[in-house]
Design a protein around this ligand. Structure first.
Ligand code: CA
Length: 228
């Protein structure tokens, strides 16, 4: 049997922390718990968990900040953000900070466990994918989450890497916004405008002329298409 996967839970509410620790334990995961953001970051660096469940509202710092810190330690560890807020702007900010998924409280424990499983599946799919892709002058190093353009390196977020992998898989075909949301962010939809904003940022990293894209093309009313 493979060793149990470790989940780091960063959550200050004792009842939720206890409930989730039980539920994850029941599913066979090993659980580490921190009630404060800074302790969570330290624990992540020391124990290298396989996935992080991160509450947005913490006593010492907020989850966005913790997420950014965690991304300095690992570009690829799946991070699921928990929040009492359901504003789209918070979701977008959380995803921009490097979270892979965003779940609004109150949530069902069953749903969260399902999301955790889905995040692990996505991470495993990622591990099997090719390591390097070339797009015009840009060379993507998928494992390192970096992009090399004209000799300089740019960091890529987990979502940027997932999106590029999806577009490459379907090179020359139109991929709809809904499919992008489903594959890159998981089942829970943020709105499709977030996809458009995301593409704009990604083009700035990849396209020689971001306003006149040659590689990541808009298919109006539908989605996007990658051409080399
Ligand atoms: Ca909290």
């Amino acid at each position: 049997m493979p060793p149990a996967k470790t989940i780091l839970l960063i959550e200050d509410e004792p009842a939720i922390a206890l409930g989730l620790t039980d539920a994850f334990g029941f599913e066979g995961y090993r659980v580490l718990h921190a009630a404060r953001g800074r302790d969570g970051v330290a624990l992540a660096q020391r124990e290298k968990p396989d996935l992080v469940v991160l509450d947005l509202m913490l006593p010492d710092t907020n989850g966005f900040e913790v997420c950014t810190q965690l991304r300095l330690w690992s570009k690829s560890v799946p991070i699921l953000m928990l929040s009492a807020r359901s504003q789209d702007s918070d979701k977008i900010r959380g995803l921009d900070a490097g979270a892979d998924d965003y779940i609004t409280k109150p949530f069902s424990v069953g749903e969260l466990v399902a999301r955790v499983r889905a995040a692990f599946r996505r991470a495993e799919r990622g591990a099997e994918a090719p390591r390097e892709l070339v797009l015009g002058k840009a060379r993507l190093h998928l494992a390192g989450h970096t992009l090399e353009v004209d000799g300089r390196d740019e960091a890529l977020s987990t979502h940027e890497v997932e999106l590029l992998k999806l577009l490459f898989e379907r090179e020359g075909e139109t991929v709809s916004r809904d499919e992008i949301l489903d594959r890159v962010w998981g089942v829970q939809a943020i709105n499709s405008r977030a996809v458009d904003n995301f593409i704009v940022k990604l083009r700035k990293k990849i396209e020689p002329l971001p306003d006149r894209p040659q590689h990541i093309l808009t298919v109006y009313g539908v989605g996007y298409k990658l051409v080399r």
